[in-house]
Design a protein around this ligand. Structure first.
Ligand code: MN
Length: 358
């Protein structure tokens, strides 16, 4: 077993013999092996990965941290493993199972004389491990971020009247993948004109016009780790009301960043951005949370939201991304991804935040 698997095995409560992990993200986190399907059993005496024939050879070559068990029929293979390893109580990754899958697996467990623990406690153990990033993980996120920034700097040169949101999104993705990204972090968001007021709008055939904002919420993945960045630029000069919105978001984002350090509650970081935006007269125009954790998934714990009194610790990676959205008119969001430290944060984003008017 590798360090992570050993650590998880050590965290299993006394009443459990094993953990069953099925989500793609967590299987990858614990084994470094990528597959669309697999059943990872973690026990105190070793880990066992059930894969079907599509992945068997690759798993044998790459997933040295666990014993690879080729799947015949899932029910047979799983039952054999449970009986052979004398597993009696198995924790399920509750958030990853559909009702149908849980039903199937529980029937197999019952046949093998075992019981499922569906409390969600395993999910909490996993989250506790994943929420603190190692320097190797941060290194991968740094690389994902630098790929994103390079692609962004090249792509904004293509902004001119008539170019569509879709074209810009595609140019970005092409550049990211060509410079080593495994994938994009999510469907890239490139919005312009009045569509910028929709925080998660979808790029379309709208064209950029002079005096409009162009909002980019983008990220790449590198060796499984995500980056997340938002920048809002403009083609030509924006109106004074748009400029005021931009500067309010920029200051709100800096206020929230200034509050980030180990020991601070997530809700207090959120409130630094939110209260500034509200006081500037934009109350009700910042509907989403100030940020979220990032790692092997684009959205993970902790949520930097008004309701979350969770306390930040060193090594967590969060985004800080307030915005102001005026329906039918325009929107601005600025987002950095930062590593929390004892005395503040390390910003993984390096691009400037003064309004770029192209
Ligand atoms: Mn984000």
């Amino acid at each position: 077993m590798n360090t992570r698997l050993t650590q998880l095995a050590g965290l299993l409560p006394e009443n459990a013999d094993a953990a069953l992990i099925i989500s793609e993200a967590n299987r990858r986190y614990y084994t470094d092996f990528v597959s669309s399907l697999g059943y990872l059993f973690v026990t105190r005496n070793g880990s066992f990965l059930i894969v079907d024939s599509r992945y068997e050879e690759a798993a044998r070559n790459q997933a040295h941290c666990c014993e690879i068990i080729p799947m015949k029929r899932l029910s047979e293979t799983m039952k054999e493993l449970i009986t052979d390893k004398k597993l009696r109580r198995i924790m399920l990754e509750a958030s990853a199972f559909t009702l149908a899958e849980a039903d199937t697996v529980e029937k197999i467990f019952t046949d093998a004389g075992a019981a499922a623990i569906k409390t969600g406690d395993l999910d909490k153990l996993i989250s506790k491990m994943r929420i603190i990033k190692t320097s190797a993980e941060i290194g991968k996120m740094r690389r994902a971020q630098s790929i994103t920034e390079d692609a962004f700097m090249q792509t904004i040169k293509l902004i001119k009247e008539g170019v569509t949101e879709k074209e810009l999104a595609l140019e970005l993705e092409f550049r990211m993948r060509r410079s080593g990204a495994e994938s994009v972090s999510f469907d890239l968001i490139v919005l312009t004109g009045s569509k910028t007021s929709m925080p998660h709008g979808v790029p379309g055939f709208n064209t950029v016009r002079y005096g409009d904002f162009v909002l980019f919420d983008i990220g790449a993945t590198y060796e499984g780790y995500h980056s997340d960045m938002t920048r809002t630029v403009a083609l030509g000069k924006v109106s004074s009301s748009s400029r005021r919105i931009y500067e309010t978001v920029r200051k709100a984002q800096q206020n929230a960043l200034d509050a980030v350090r180990a020991g601070v509650r997530c809700c207090d970081v959120d409130s630094k951005a939110r209260s500034y935006i509200n006081a500037a007269g934009y109350e009700g125009m910042f509907g989403h949370s100030t940020g979220h954790g990032v790692g092997i998934e684009i959205h993970e714990a902790p949520s930097v939201s008004p309701a979350n009194d969770f306390i930040l610790r060193s090594g967590m990676v969060i985004t800080v991304e307030p915005g102001i959205y005026v329906p039918g008119k325009c929107g601005v969001r600025i987002e950095d991804m930062v590593v929390v430290s004892t005395d503040g944060y390390i910003n993984l984003a390096s691009l400037p935040k003064e309004l770029i008017e192209l």
